[in-house]
Design a protein around this ligand. Sequence first.
Ligand code: CDP
Length: 702
Amino acid sequence: MAQGQLNNSTKTRKRNFSEHSRSSYAKRQKLLQHRASLPIASVEKLLVKEVQKHDTLIIVGETGSGKSTQLPQFLYNAGFCGNGKLVGVTQPRRVGTLSVAKRVAEECDVVLGEKVGYSIRFEDVTSTSTRIKYMTDGLLLREALLDPYLSRYAVIIVDEAHERTVHTDVLLGLLKSVQNARSKFGNNDKQLEKENAAQCFGFRKHFQGRSPLKLIIMSASLDAQMFSQYFGGARAVHIQGRQFPVDVLYTYHPQQNYLDASLTTIFQIHLEEDPGDILVFLTGQEEIESGERLIKERLKQLPENSKKLLVVPIFSSLPSERQMRVLVPAPPGFRKVILATNIAETSVTIPGIKYVIDPGFVKARFYDPNKRLESLTVIPISKAQALQRSGRAGREGPGKCFRLYPENDFEKLEDSPKPEIKRCSLSNIILQLKALGVDDVIGFDFIEKPSRQSFVKSLEELILLGALTDEFKLSNPVGRHMACLPLDPIYSKALILSSEFNCLEEMLIAVAMLSVKSLFYISSEKLDEVRTVYKCFESPEGDHLTLINVYRASNEVFKKWSTLRTEDNYKIFRKWCKENLIDSGSLRHAHDIHSQLRRSVEQMGLRVASCGDDLLQFRRCLAAAFFCNVALKQPNGKYRTLANDPMNDIQIHPCSSLFQGKPECIVFDELVVTNKPYLRNATIIDYLWLAELAPQMYSLEN
Ligand code: CDP
């Protein structure tokens, strides 16, 4: 009997094993077929030759043609990773970096972190055997602080360069000088040492790389010429995508209400056109949520047999699990309508799209250095974006794009969007460039230079924070420590100061929580529900302390799961998050950031102590670090900032615990304009502290 059982179970195991191997064999075959079918596959040899021939190469190819996943593998197979060197690929976003690395590890049939790995801020999944390394552009900039000639890399690929994030732009300038330096000295060690002594290119460390650096810039849109010019006439090649024809239709007149026009077009398509999913480009969460509501209302008015429309939203602050729903095909007989921000232009490729509705607008961040104000403004898209959007309709077959503006207006659009570097605060990158030894930051070889005024304002801010001396040199140790922390300079300053205020433990939590975006999934309709849930965490003294309360409350369930990674513990953690309307992925991320930051500050020799119940110390420390972000209550109950160019009549954000109480004086984390100007993450301070804690900006007289 026992033997029989044994035999039976052995048989079962055998069958399972062979089933398993059959299914994994089938999966591999499918992957191989998929790889072979990508447009880039047919030009592998040509591309490798181009890289061998040219030190800098610009590759333009439609999203989905296989650039990010295949090219690094081609280069690895062609022997570019000899002598333990790496092919590094930078991406603008964390999620993109992680998912491409996962995909390539799967294609190479290796465990992620071995031959193929990734590194993003606060998360490094690489090992000594990693040869293809995906990372965010910001992370490679940080690596340059430790290895200024990026000597571990044989090839660096800057992917999604058309996005022109601020880090991509700085990286392009940096890579240009690293490449010059490496090709100049690559074969001449004596010369190299001499020049090292002279601190050429502003880099101070010793050069260990012995070979020229291959640089590849990849982009999905038109700007090849600009990149080529910047790199001294570098060669540009185009990969022919598999794009089907897209019929582009325009309106006769501009639309007053593009949301309404979008809805009308959705229903026209749904009732009159062939099957196929619809992708609508809207500008943000609120618009998408109200679009979703309106579609559902209008759907009720349709006859029963035409109601099969499935609405799926996607925007960047939506928790990633919910974002993934756009990839799931609609049930049989249903048409899927995806309401998306520009996230669906190039970052996420959604299958099944046949119709695109493009109202022609996008929400972009702008920074006003005088007011220290960040605004989210709806602006017209560029031609490059309009083309990207219409291209989404022709990925799997012929499609249609409905541009909700007249053709004349298309002609008037800018060619490409304004790069982020011209719209953001420069403090962080100035600090990094200074740490890299680039003294003349205004003279740095940017592909497009930001305004002089932005430089001046950020330099002023860094001097006020004590990161730079009055001679614009990096101060020691404050500036050097600040440059080592992968944070906004104000957060870094807060950490450094908090060690003196005996509240580094609390500040580490506050900074970790402020560093994650979309911790709370707050749909505008559920604001009241959210307020009720947060009541138990709320601190009457402000949001920084509320965030600390949330973190501490989650500690027990998180620690239980992170030490004993059982399915049950994970479920408990997720349940806790769900009950408290918190995105579990973001909260995990905050815990990870916290541990990494703790390690960094301990390495710097800072003393990690808690202020316990003495929360006054913590608030005083916030005032000492965030003194540039102070607001006073006006007689009308709204607030006035104390910046160089003050702003009046601002409100504390309705999600804040201080929204009702309206204290006299607050420090805040962000001043953002959406439909109104709002102060986010505020904490009460006493304005009399300012003269004592920030005498560089305040005196008792003013
Ligand atoms: O870089 P590019 O946009 O040209 O293409 P890619 O990212 O290399 O994608 C090529 C194909 O790989 C896509 O069509 C997807 O089918 C697949 N892919 C994936 O499954 N998962 C990813 N994270 C990235 C790509």
